[in-house]
Design a protein around this ligand. Structure first.
Ligand code: 5GP
Ligand code: ZN
Length: 113
């Protein structure tokens, strides 16, 4: 996807502060952190949102969560707690249409809504 900002990050056209990378998943610090730790966990494959996920993506989506778990451990958040968020479309505030898991932690997080 030539106009996708996360595809550009993944293929090295745009810089990012990576914390994890394998063939299927990349994780990097959010450019505008909403918490002391704010990391985005992103599939290399361009999937627009939860709405366009298919059965074929199920294993990959599972790996997004286990990768998030590992990063949370490394960041020292496992015991304290952290939040994983996926925004889907306008009313949820999705601004980048390349699926991503937000990992938020490092302070007391407010109730959702
Ligand atoms: P969304 O609102 O779509 O769930 O989340 C998109 C996130 O991507 C936002 O938290 C935003 O700060 C982050 N973001 C947008 N552009 C960039 C960028 O160029 N680099 C990084 N690292 N994060 C970005
Ligand atoms: Zn993309």
């Amino acid at each position: 996807m030539s106009d996708c900002i996360f595809c550009k990050i993944i293929n090295g056209e745009l810089p990012s502060k990576n914390v994890y990378r394998d063939e299927q998943i990349v994780a990097f610090h959010d450019i505008a952190p909403a918490a002391p730790t704010h990391i985005l966990i992103v599939p290399v494959q361009h999937i627009e949102s939860v709405n366009t996920m298919t059965d074929a993506d199920e294993k990959l989506i599972g790996r997004l969560f286990t990768t998030a778990k590992g990063i949370a451990e490394k960041e020292g958040l496992s015991e304290r707690g952290y939040r994983l968020v996926v925004n889907t479309n306008a009313e949820a505030g999705q601004t980048v249409f390349h699926l991503h898991l937000h990992l938020l932690g490092g302070r007391q997080l407010r109730a959702m809504g």
